[in-house]
Design a protein around this ligand. Structure first.
Ligand code: BV8
Ligand code: ZN
Length: 252
């Protein structure tokens, strides 16, 4: 039983593209067992909405609560592994680069799974939950002294440590955002995978690519499958469809 049949125009565009850009959201990590942002919160976090906890105001009001929420998510991330979708994106990068093309992977995810899978030069628009930074002096740390009374303190100034992620109302890392903008403007094929497209400015990247003349492939669970070039929409799980897509492109 062969895999899904892809529109030959999509495969042709992927085969001839000298620059491919990919944007991923939480849907790419779902098959690694990491709940998406839209998934309802569970357990003692069920009473909170993610977007209400992922703000500097929430941390300012209740640092312990927000720290503990991230500690729970970080533990889930540390127990997770890249899935077939992450690995297929590593394969796609290798195929494009082997033919001398450029490949950029932009992620909204903070779980670090693309780098763990072997993707190079990942643009983390929203930071990384495995790192922390000082709420006062901004010093970044990969490790910190555990404490009975979280959040732990900054080794430099004694300020409270927070996850090194971009909260709602905070600006994105300027370099990553600039590089993501250029990668969207200059690519011939843009893949948007596992994102609800609700959070700005990341959500504007596919529109920018479309305006710049790129072919857009959207892979999501809540999208109607249709092929109307230059847009292709495929309703599928990223971890199932991406390996078939890369396989349909042929050898590196
Ligand atoms: C900014 C890190 C300038 C933290 C995240 C009003 C006031 C203030 C701000 C705003 C405002 N209106 C708009 C804004 C801007 C705001 C924004 O966009 N708000 C939205 C909610 C309206 N953006 C910001 O604040 C950004 N900063 O704009 O700075 C500024 C400054 C001050 C004032 C104004 C502007 C910062 C945004 C970054 C927030 N941080 N993450 C953390 O992780 O805790 S965002 C967070 O949510 C995630 O990182 C992710 O990006 C986003 C969730 O989106 P998705 O990844 O798409 O995940 P989601 O669950 O939504 O969807 C998953 C999809 O996958 C679904 O479609 C599902 O069907 C699909 N799926 C599921 N399983 C699979 C699958 N698909 C394929 N296969 C599967 N197996
Ligand atoms: Zn500090």
């Amino acid at each position: 039983m062969g895999g899904p049949a892809f529109d030959p125009r999509l495969i042709a565009a992927l085969r001839r593209a000298s620059r491919v850009t990919v944007l991923t959201g939480a849907g790419v990590s779902a098959e690694s067992g990491i709940p998406t942002f839209r998934d309802a919160q569970t357990g003692l976090w069920a009473q909170f909405r993610a977007e209400d906890l992922a703000t500097p105001e929430a941390f300012g009001r209740n640092p312990r609560l927000v720290w503990d929420w991230y500690a729970m998510r970080r533990a889930a991330v540390q127990q997770s592994a890249p899935n077939a979708g992450h690995l297929a994106l590593v394969g796609l990068e290798r195929i494009v680069k082997a033919r001398g093309g450029a490949f950029t992977l932009i992620t909204q995810n903070v779980d670090g799974l693309h780098a763990a899978a072997g993707s190079q030069d990942v643009l983390e628009l929203h930071g990384n939950i495995r790192r922390v930074k000082c709420f006062d002096c901004g010093r970044i740390a990969q490790r910190w002294e555990p404490t009975e009374d979280p959040p732990p303190r900054c080794a430099l100034c004694g300020g409270l440590l927070r996850p090194d992620v971009v909260w709602f109302g905070e600006v994105l890392p300027a370099g990553a955002l600039r590089d993501a903008w250029v990668a969207a403007e200059e690519c011939e094929v843009f893949l948007s995978i596992g994102t609800s497209g609700l959070v700005e400015p990341a959500a504007s990247l596919p529109r920018l690519a479309l305006r710049s003349g790129a072919v857009i492939l959207t892979i999501n669970l809540d999208v109607e499958t249709r092929a109307a070039p230059p847009r292709f929409d495929i309703q599928a799980k990223a971890g199932e469809l991406l390996p078939a897509l890369v396989g349909a492109m042929g050898p590196a």
